[in-house]
Design a protein around this ligand. Structure first.
Ligand code: NAP
Length: 490
């Protein structure tokens, strides 16, 4: 694992080494020297120097680079799937889906070439115009998480580069391999020196140096709310624009008239996709009292049949690391101690020898934990869910909205009036009605409350990478009137 700075691959110059353990079997995969603060400074310097040249190319030229990188990724996609399976523990279908998503993101943003337009606004007299240009912001710091380590990199690199910004990428220190692989594809596609840089290292060691550097104009980060808060604090020193995609606690709402088969299949996806380690994962289950018992029992019964272990025939992979496993166990134990009942799930799954040291846990379905419990209030980020019954629409909306997070939500009903009312009253950035996610490239992925600021995807997401600059023009100089008393002196 090397750093990519100013067009060169160099070893990180921090004093210690970062070790990466396999989520599948707990064995050491590799270790590397992470970036130091000096490496960060060099990467930001390279990005700053490259900005003028890159920003003055046309978006059509920049888009060609994205298409070339996309083709190179597509051609060699099996290698990226392999990295995702080994570094992240993704089962093959999910590794494949993530590569599909990675390619889709790059293609989507590449298609924006020649579609970025400003405005010409009327001035105060007929010969005056205000030209509003959409211009790149400058150096973008892109900080990505480990749960979708390829797709999140693509979702940030592609719009940043297309719009003429230069980038310093800091991938999660848990999954730097997929980021390195993608950056190499951009390099082969011909990205000019300094336009794209990568520093891999612990956020706790180099994060502040990245986000508080006065040369950084935009920080786009996907990760936890606590890290987002830290970034906000540190980035205040340079007034960087922030795009923060943070935690989620999606309510999954099933009304009495729902198509149960559709709701059940979607819940199995929404809860166990990526082993529950997704910001749009179903985290709280609210079911109408008339169908609560049967729905929850059936979900628990199916959950018990999920296969773990050998990725080739597993239904769900492991958690990312031993810390995540310990946290999830603690959340489940606390819910049980607080009066919750485990309908499915046990602490240690019975695993084949080869996977017995992997970070696996049997998925847990818990009833009887209250709305105020940690299970219902804090992001679980793993395969565990609490279920509660609700008896009225008011109770449903109140409980669903009772969260400090506000990213995704799901509703299953055939009642058009309920669906419409939920669209207006559910205070989440995304509401999926009778369907699964994930978010589309052309949707705007954003959240309320502690889920963060701004968003990604669609024309709204692209706009975050651009700044509106105003140029005032008078084309009839004879009509110029100076609005001060000193005008007669000239
Ligand atoms: P995390 O611990 O917050 O880390 C995210 C990134 O921030 C990593 O690259 C991390 O580096 C870096 N970082 C840590 N401390 C930093 C600092 N002081 N300054 C700058 N960067 C710093 O989150 P995670 O555990 O990787 O990801 C899981 C979280 O991401 C969950 O909360 C999930 O909901 C959220 N997420 C949200 C979305 C969304 O679209 N809203 C999508 C996916 C995930 P290190 O790895 O080296 O610590």
């Amino acid at each position: 694992m090397k750093m990519y700075i100013g067009g060169k691959w160099v070893e990180g110059s921090s004093s210690g080494r970062i070790s990466k353990y396999s989520p599948v079997d707990g064995k050491l995969m590799y270790s590397f020297k992470g970036a130091s603060k000096d490496d960060v400074k060099a990467a930001i310097g390279a990005a700053e120097s490259a900005f003028d040249g890159w920003s003055r190319k046309t978006s059509a030229e920049r888009s060609k680079l994205l298409y070339r990188a996309k083709e190179l990724i597509e051609r060699d996609r099996a290698a990226l799937e392999h990295i995702l399976a080994s570094e992240n523990g993704k089962i093959p279908i999910e590794a494949k889906e993530e590569v599909d998503g990675t390619i889709d993101q790059i293609q989507y943003y590449a298609e924006f070439a020649r579609k970025i337009t400003g405005d010409i606004v009327e001035g105060e007299s007929p010969s005056r115009k205000i030209m509003q240009y959409l211009v790149p912001r400058g150096v973008v710091a892109a900080i990505t998480p480990w749960n979708f380590p390829a797709a999140m990199v693509a979702r940030k690199l592609a719009p940043a580069l297309l719009t003429g910004n230069t980038v310093v990428l800091k991938p999660s220190s848990d999954t730097p391999g997929s980021a390195e692989w993608i950056v190499k594809k951009f390099e082969r596609a011909g990205v000019p020196k300094g336009v794209l840089n990568m520093v891999a290292g612990k956020g706790s060691e180099i994060g502040d140096a990245i986000v508080s550097d006065r040369r950084v104009s935009l920080v786009t980060m996907t990760g936890s709310t606590s890290t987002g808060q830290r970034i906000m604090e540190k980035a205040s020193s340079n007034m960087a624009k922030l795009v923060l995609e943070l935690g989620g606690k999606a309510p999954f709402m099933v009304w009495k008239d729902a198509d149960i088969g559709n709701a059940m299949r979607t819940l199995l996806w929404a809860k166990y996709w990526n082993a529950g380690q997704s910001c749009i994962a179903a985290e709280r289950l609210y079911v109408h009292e008339d169908i609560y018992d049967s729905f929850v029992k059936r979900f628990a019964a199916i959950t018990k049949r999920l296969r773990l272990g050998n990725p080739r025939n597993a239904d769900m992979g492991p958690l990312i690391n031993s810390g995540a496993l310990a946290n999830l166990k603690e959340t489940i134990s606390e819910a049980i101690e607080g009066g919750g009942k485990l309908l499915a799930g046990e602490e240690r799954p019975n695993m084949p020898q080869a996977y017995s040291s992997g970070y696996y846990i049997r998925p847990a379905v818990i009833t009887g934990a209250g709305q105020k419990s940690r299970l219902f209030q804090e992001e679980v980020f793993g395969p565990a869910i609490g279920a509660l019954s609700v008896s009225s629409k008011e109770e449903l909306f109140e409980k669903a909205n009772d969260s400090r997070y506000g990213l995704a939500s799901y509703l299953f009903t055939k009642d058009l009036a309920l669906a419409q009312e939920a669209s207006e009253r559910i205070r989440f950035g995304e509401l999926y009605i009778n369907m699964p996610g994930p978010e589309a490239s052309q949707g705007y992925h954003t959240g309320f409350r502690m889920t963060g600021q701004a968003g990604e995807g669609s024309v709204h997401g692209i706009r975050e990478y651009l700044k509106l600059k105003n140029v005032y023009v008078e084309y009839d100089s004879g009509r110029t009137s100076i609005p001060t008393v000193r005008k007669n002196l000239a």
